[in-house]
Write a protein that binds this ligand. Structure first.
Ligand code: ATP
Length: 249
């Protein structure tokens, strides 16, 4: 467990033509804490997240992970190092069972070339880790169900299990509650609360109830710039935030 921030963005800038999508953005992620990134539509949340995950290169600034400058590292390289982005790309194989999907992810972490048969039952180590992950995300009872037949919220849980199979230190979550009903988002919130002690989590989320419930730190993005950063109470009481954002919705 690293003391202090495991992950940091320092003075990131990114422009599209004349538009500053990211304007001097800095933020830090610590193990055991959920850092929420909020802001109105078009504020630059997705652009920021993409620079943290490595899908997008900043024009200026750096991204640091465990004391190392990873700014020029690709997304796959960052993922292998322990920076996982979830919910953007659904990598679920519909025709595989829930357990098979997780087993494939576990196998890829183990560094093997893909072998369906190794992944699905012939390797005790992979089976053991698969079962642990299914327990952790609350899908043990659905292990043998076809992935395509899961409810929307359960697919999100499966995606988390698959992201965790890579044994990340940092989880970058892009609107994980999108498209969920209240019961499903409550379940996912409970899962994130259970997980958070072992990870440094960045949560981009529109639902302010979820943000206020889960976040240890909130940064508010407007026009690509962080206009405020602090605890839930700090942000609730911040007048600039109310003017720029909360009043709007
Ligand atoms: P939302 O909450 O609606 O998803 P967001 O906060 O994630 O919005 P971004 O999608 O990061 O915001 O967009 C930030 C700004 O950058 C917007 O004005 C958007 O139009 C612009 N933008 C994003 N990607 C590109 C691109 N590839 N080319 C040009 N402009 C872009």
């Amino acid at each position: 467990r690293t003391i202090g921030p495991v992950f940091a963005a320092k003075n990131l800038f990114k422009s599209y033509g004349g538009l500053r999508a990211t304007d001097n953005l800095s933020l830090q992620l610590e193990t055991g804490k959920i850092h929420a990134l909020i802001g109105p539509n078009g504020a630059g949340k997705t652009t920021a997240l993409s620079q943290l995950s490595g899908e997008l290169q900043p024009d200026e600034g750096q991204v640091w992970f465990c004391g190392q400058d990873i700014t020029r590292y690709s997304m796959p390289k960052r993922a292998r190092m322990g920076v996982a982005r979830s919910f953007q790309i659904t990598a679920i194989f519909d025709d595989f069972t829930v357990a098979e999907n997780v087993a494939v992810a576990v196998q890829s972490r183990a560094g093997h070339h893909f072998s369906f048969w190794r992944a699905v039952g012939r390797d005790k180590g992979i089976n053991h880790r698969t079962n642990e992950l299914l327990d952790l995300v609350g899908l043990a009872a659905f292990a043998r169900r076809r992935a395509a037949d899961l409810a929307h919220g359960q697919k999100r849980q499966l995606e988390i299990a698959m992201a965790l199979a890579l044994e990340p230190k940092v989880l970058l979550l892009d609107e994980p509650m999108a498209g969920m009903g209240p019961t499903e988002s409550t379940q996912l919130a409970e899962l994130l609360e259970r997980l958070k002690q072992d990870f440094a989590i960045l949560l981009v989320e529109h639902d302010m109830n979820i943000v206020f419930r889960l976040a240890d730190i909130i940064s508010v993005l407007v026009n690509g710039a962080v206009i405020a950063s602090g605890t839930v109470e700090d942000i609730r009481e911040n007048e600039d935030v109310q003017k720029a954002y909360l009043a709007e919705g």
